[in-house]
Unconditional design. Structure first.
Length: 689
């Protein structure tokens, strides 16, 4: 009885062992073939069917990368003909009618490129081209390769195969740390993939599956030698007027940023929702361990890649500015599954490596709202270099938007109102929070709120002067537009004035700490000139006459700050120190502010002297201001409503070079062998063979 019962089990074990052995034999067979090649032999000789059979075997990406990566430069050159041979036949196989062969050829190509690029050849792209395909045949080979890849990307193939194709293109684009030193990109300038990427973005289904990889590749291509020669991708992106494609580009950007915003929201959920015990525990915990900015934003990794795409679109393409005002309410459409093109969600894409999950995104969102919300999260902490560069890129993007005439028209349009959740960092004098209950307002109000928040929350010993100058420049641009077009924005301007005065107070209090390393006079000039713009032209854009009176009231009330600032500037302008010129400029900027203080302060004091109250109320001071405008003499200052328009070159060239380098390094770390092997893809097509 036991023998009868045991027989099937024994047979099953034998069958499993045989099946396992057959798999091992299959695996060993491909490795044996690789070993033959790596020994300099050619197993394809005298075998006309060799390559057809070779690409039916599952490529072992890890083995190829490891073997080639361990070879010295001298040994790689000795294997040049062998590698050329494999590379050549892999490219030919991209035109095969069987998807299984295309997949294995793509995996082999990825492994060859990544293996050869390891070690000492990482920054020698001429040698890489020579070893992979040889200079003589490189142009014709890569032309055919790009044509085949374009065919796959726009054809009726599986999601996984298209993902692998995009990854291979990204592997080619990221072989060197500095993209401009990647000579392989020169062939991609000649043989364009731009139209294919546009087609991906134009299709609602394909942009959900491949949108992130497509825009990442586009951003890298645009940055190839952008300061040295004519880049066709820059030209094509700048003149692209396909509204469907631009909307698709905006949808991908908005989707990724929305995902980041949602992650932050999950990390900062209101503990009161968990009941009274959770609330009490949280309250007691925070009494002893205050919540840090890092803890609140944990899990929200800065995404320089997607911001670079947004920057290039805003900076290069005037047509994209119109997309910023659009609502993206596109439903998530399922990809049709057919026997010839099955979808494989089990295979992680590069986008998932970069935390992109399109299935979890809110369907309705304005790009600008999403972007400003993201900015308020990422700007909270500047300690990490990646967050600093991400914040700088955010401010550059907002600067480009703020100096565009059309963008300003919808930023200030009273008929286009939005609720923008501005997240606020925890500080000593306030709890962390989010502005969610504000009434819908024009987007210019949210931009000003964001700049005020940035100024108020970044007065620190390691003062980010560069970023503060940029935030003040954004405020200046918005005010210039309001003055020029006489737009009376309904905004609480007192919040802005308070933040600017507090910044001046901080500079004065920390003069000894800041001056050895920073020119605080330049920053102070920027602040004072904003006040000068209000003083000189405020009647053209402030919402009411009362707002203009309140401006004077704030200057008079905080006159001590301006007096001390003048004394500081005067002291440094009269010596031969490093900051003499900018200190002298600051004394000139303060002329009208001091005139207001010197004109109104004695009059306020005289009224206060005869008053029965110990101090005058705000209404009484405002009455003094209103009744003494006529005798006030101000100096007309030139160029207050002028600013230097943003130009990437030369000021920001080094920043963007370093930024693209960091994006390339991040992609290479994220792209593991597992991403390239795609075991599930092979399973998909096992039924087709």
């Amino acid at each position: 009885m036991h023998a009868v019962i045991g027989m099937p089990r024994a047979k099953n074990q034998v069958l499993l062992r045989q099946k396992s052995q057959s798999k091992m034999e299959l695996k060993e067979k491909i490795i044996d073939i690789y070993d033959e090649f790596f020994k300099g032999k050619d197993p394809s000789r005298d075998n006309p069917n060799f390559w057809d059979e070779f690409f039916l075997l599952k490529a072992n990406v890890k083995y190829i990368e490891s073997e080639l990566g361990n070879l010295s430069t001298e040994k790689l050159f000795k294997l040049k003909e062998t590698i050329n041979n494999i590379f050549y036949h892999s490219i030919l196989c991209l035109k095969d009618e069987y998807p299984i062969r295309i997949i294995n050829s793509l995996q082999t190509l990825c492994a060859l490129v990544r293996g050869v690029c390891k070690g000492r050849l990482a920054d020698h792209s001429f040698d890489i081209i020579n070893i992979l395909m040889g200079f003589d045949s490189a142009e014709s080979l890569l032309q055919g390769m790009v044509q085949s890849l374009n065919t796959v990307l726009v054809g009726d193939f599986s999601v996984s195969l298209k993902n692998l194709t995009l990854r291979f293109l990204l592997v080619l684009a990221t072989i060197t740390d500095n993209v401009s030193q990647n000579t392989l990109m020169e062939y991609m300038m000649i043989n364009s993939v731009f139209e294919t990427l546009v087609a991906i973005l134009s299709n609602p289904v394909s942009r959900q599956d491949h949108g992130y990889e497509a825009v990442l590749l586009l951003a890298i291509l645009v940055n190839y030698r952008k300061y040295e020669s004519a880049n066709p991708y820059i030209v094509k992106l700048s003149i692209l007027d396909d509204e469907v494609a631009l909307t698709g580009l905006g949808w991908v950007i908005s989707s990724v940023l929305t995902n980041h915003n949602q992650k932050y929201q999950l990390n900062t959920e209101d503990p009161s929702k968990g009941g009274w015990f959770t609330t009490l525990s949280s309250m007691v915990g925070h009494m002893f361990v205050p919540e840090s900015v890092e803890a609140r934003s944990r899990g929200v990794e800065p995404d320089n890649a997607i911001l670079l795409v947004l920057y290039e679109a805003v900076h290069l393409n005037r047509n994209f500015i119109t997309i910023l005002a659009h609502n993206h309410s596109e439903p998530v459409s399922p990809t049709p599954t057919t026997p010839a093109s099955p979808k494989s969600p089990a295979v992680p894409s590069a986008a998932q490596k970069f935390h992109y999950d399109p299935n979890s995104l809110e369907p309705l969102m304005n790009i600008q709202v999403t972007f400003l919300c993201y900015c308020s999260i990422i700007m909270q902490d500047l300690k990490d270099p990646q967050r600093y560069s991400n914040t700088k890129l955010c401010l550059i993007i907002i600067s480009c938007i703020a100096e565009d005439q059309y963008a300003n028209s919808f930023l200030h349009d009273a008929n286009l109102t939005f609720r923008v959740p501005i997240h606020r960092a925890p500080m000593r004098h306030r709890k962390p929070g989010t502005d969610r209950d504000v009434a819908p307002r024009p987007l210019a109000c949210a931009v000003l709120d964001l700049m005020v928040e940035f100024i108020m929350s970044h007065m620190m010993k390691t003062l980010p002067q560069e970023l503060l100058m940029m935030s003040l420049g954004i405020i200046h641009r918005l005010m210039c537009y309001q003055k020029k077009c006489r737009v009376r924005l309904q905004y609480p301007w007192k919040d802005l004035w308070t933040s600017l005065i507090n910044l001046l107070k901080y500079l004065l209090s920390n003069e000894s700490i800041l001056l050895p390393s920073q020119n605080i006079f330049e920053l102070a000039c920027k602040v004072v000139n904003l006040f000068n713009l209000f003083i000189t032209y405020g009647d053209t854009f402030l919402p009411t006459a009362g707002s203009y009176d309140e401006l004077y009231y704030e200057i008079i009330r905080m006159h001590q700050v301006f007096d001390n600032l003048y004394s500081l500037a005067l002291r440094h302008s009269t010596n031969s120190g490093e900051f003499k010129i900018t200190a002298n400029k600051l004394t000139n900027c303060l002329v009208n502010v001091r005139a207001i203080v010197n004109h109104f302060t004695p009059k306020v004091d005289s009224v206060s002297a005869v008053s029965t109250q110990p101090s005058l109320s705000e209404e009484q001071v405002l009455e003094v201001v209103k009744s003494n405008y006529d005798t006030l003499t101000l100096k007309l200052q030139d160029s207050l409503d002028q600013y230097e328009r943003y130009a990437e070159k030369p000021k920001q060239s080094a920043f963007f070079t370093a930024l693209v380098r960091s994006i390339i390094l991040k992609f290479r770390r994220a792209l593991t062998v597992t991403n390239l092997e795609q075991q599930s893809v092979l399973q998909e097509f096992s039924t087709i063979q």
